[in-house]
Design a protein. Structure first.
Length: 441
């Protein structure tokens, strides 16, 4: 496939994204909903391999698989022998356009938006891993495009649909601990290199890996063994969003959801800040949000910690010989507190005060199958891009602020602009590498 052909096709489809996919036209005299979703998965190694396994538990036909590494493609093809395989996602979308209904995207962060937007232009439903995008501008554009195209979307924050996180939302919105005064969230990440200068040197690209396709929209750089692929890319500014980008969409999700937060007014970072190539080794990020019906006062302060930093344990009554988990959040309320471990049930504190508190009973929910069934017209998603886009913007504003540690950055969300530091705005939107441009981004 030639780049000129791909760009032409993308431009044409961009003009016709109002066309609704065939399987959502049931009930109005058109083709009824299909019994199975024809799915293409892009990025099928690592988390991608886990994603396709989870999606395959639902009513799908896996019709296409794409990965820049031959080994990943072959392993996935062994699980889905009827699916066609591709190294280039653009070629997949060009050749399989009429045969697929939906796309799952499980690539490094910098490729989430280009692939998702290109699929949306073609009227395809999209499941995209977190963070939804690599930049704030991409998050805004992707959400708007999905809304216009009326496609079914879901961001891969699987715990969002879990009983544990949904229970935390129920308790907070029911006023179990009163209105919320402040929130503290943290992660033990990074578990990959961060805070170092740009790696030097160059190695031969391993057999089976297409390095140009792996770089995609990012600037050209030489391959260095284990410096980027398959895992360390998360700490690199050009490819990943660091510890906050990796875990923030998970851990900040419950306060964002439960408190009905909107865009922050101000953000600032304590710590060493980014190097010329990497996200920080550690950081403490302060967000100030407008107050809501569930918060105490006109503003709500949320503090994020990573790289070995945690909140002071004296903030809550943990009990003898108990400590904060490695990842989680603390909600400080008017009449009590909630400790919410990541992938753990919410704990009402102090424990003796809430021994008789009656919790609601919640049904189970599968985040992946929720999306598959929604694509087939049988459900609706809870983390669609109208939700995931603003959440991702919030997380990525903290990522941006880490480039300017010690400086308070007032945020104009309507115009996607830091109002007091013009040099910060060059990081709101990035320029794609020549030949990899995508309409709308």
């Amino acid at each position: 496939m030639k780049r000129r052909s791909f760009l032409k096709t993308a431009a044409v489809t961009a003009l016709s994204i109002q066309i609704v996919p065939r399987h959502v036209l049931g009930g109005d005299g058109h083709t009824p909903p299909s019994e199975k979703l024809n799915l293409a998965s892009i990025g099928v190694g690592g988390m991608g391999g886990s994603d396709i396994g989870s999606l395959a538990g639902g009513p799908i036909n896996m019709v296409a698989l794409c990965d820049v590494h031959e080994g990943n493609r072959n392993a996935a093809a062994g699980r889905f022998p009827a699916a066609k395989t591709f190294a280039d996602w653009r070629e997949l979308l060009d050749q399989m356009d009429k045969q697929i209904d939906a796309v799952s995207v499980s690539t490094p962060d910098h490729m989430h938006a280009p692939i998702s937007m290109s699929a949306i232009h073609r009227g395809k439903h999209v499941y995209c891993q977190k963070p939804l995008t690599h930049t704030i501008h991409e998050a805004r554009q992707i959400a708007a495009a999905a809304r216009r195209a009326k496609v079914v979307t879901q961001m891969g924050i699987q715990i969002h649909s879990s009983i544990e996180y949904r229970m935390a939302t129920e308790l907070i919105q029911a006023g179990a601990i009163g209105k919320i005064k402040e929130v503290h969230s943290w992660s033990d990440r990074p578990s990959w290199p961060q805070g170092s200068p740009r790696p030097k040197g160059q190695n031969l690209v391993p057999k089976g890996l297409n390095w140009d396709f792996w770089l995609g929209v990012a600037p050209q750089r030489p391959y260095i063994e284990n410096a980027y692929a398959p895992f360390a890319w998360r700490g690199i500014l050009d490819f990943g969003c660091g510890a906050l980008g990796d875990m923030g969409c998970h851990i900040i999700d419950p306060p964002y959801t439960a408190l009905k937060l909107t865009s922050p007014n101000v953000v600032w970072v304590e710590g060493p800040g980014c190097t010329d190539d990497m996200h920080p080794a550690w950081e403490i990020i302060h967000y100030e949000f407008p107050g809501t019906e569930h918060t105490f006062g006109k503003t709500l302060n949320l503090t994020w910690y990573d790289g070995g930093r945690k909140p002071d344990e004296s903030l809550v009554s943990l009990g003898k010989d108990q400590h904060l988990p490695s990842n989680g959040s603390i909600f400080i309320g008017e009449i009590g507190n909630i400790l919410l471990p990541h992938v753990g049930g919410p704990q009402l504190l102090p424990r003796e005060k809430f021994l008789d508190y009656k919790r609601p009973k919640l049904p189970g929910n599968n985040h992946y199958l929720q999306w598959v069934n929604a694509c087939l017209g049988k459900d609706k998603t809870s983390a669609n891009f109208d939700f995931a886009g603003p959440l991702t913007e919030t997380v990525l504003l903290g990522v941006l602020a880490a480039r300017f540690p010690g400086k308070k950055l007032p945020w104009d969300a309507a115009n996607l602009k830091v109002t007091n530091l013009p040099e910060a705005n060059q990081h709101v939107r990035l320029t794609y590498r020549k030949g990899w441009e995508v309409e709308g981004l």
